[in-house]
Design a protein around this ligand. Sequence first.
Ligand code: NGF
Length: 289
Amino acid sequence: MKKLYSALMTAFNEDDTINESGIREMVRYNIDHNHIDGLYVGGSTGESFMLSTEERKQAYKIAYDETAGKADLIAQVGSVNLTEAKELAKYAVELGYKTISAVPPFYYHFTFDQIKNYYDQILEGLDVQLIIYSIPALSGVTLSLTEFAKLFENPKIIGVKYTNNDFLLLQRLRSAFPDKKIYFGTDEMLISALPLGIDGAIGSTFNLNAARAKAEIAAYEAGDMKKVFELQDVSNKFILALIDNDIYPSLKLVFEEMGVHAGYSKAPMSKPTAQMRAGAKKIYEQYIK
Ligand code: NGF
């Protein structure tokens, strides 16, 4: 069975401090309403690269506590600061996370040997499994098939969260590593990844669109490609409307429309304008209500 994970958002107060109750409400919505298989905590959608180490720890703790074993959890610990990544990995494992994930070190164009050493160091001495977070468009790091093979030599590295629209590489990864987990991360291209044998998907829009995504996966598994297309078509209109309205604050605004107090995004992300609020209301009425 293919799994669906929501990339958990971090709720903030208007002054950019963490809004604990907002995070708890979103976790509960994902568990009680979406019946989600799991949550990806501290990724791009969690706005994590703008958080302090302590804030990132706080988000892992709140999510772990509120989930209370009712869904799988993955803590994204990657950082350009390896010391921080190691500290976060250790903290997540001590909390009870069984799986962590890490974006490769970014910004300085590290060599592959440096990237491999980063993953090996994060995992050293920890009893945990890791999913590589491959997101070349944002991290600037593109891993080749050969480089994935070298990283996968570490038995603790069990797979990849693949936010990349290179479907040739995705097919080659699936073929070369049938036992590794591949979670696809471009929600609007789920339709193209399903036939390539992914193990599931992890994404921001599943926070609000899980039912439609699950129906699409079920239709795919039943061989009903017409229905798969129709569901992806609606999802894509929804996702593109969110992107046009500024995706992270808008996901939170749509949550607000549903009575889930998801709070704000953190600066330099935008605070909602009247126009964004009106846009989110329209998205809610058109695609969610
Ligand atoms: O946020 C991005 C940036 N991608 C997410 C997801 O792959 C990563 C995706 O759901 C993620 O959610 C995380 O690390 O927290 C998009 O938001 C979605 O497909 C709309 O474009 O690429």
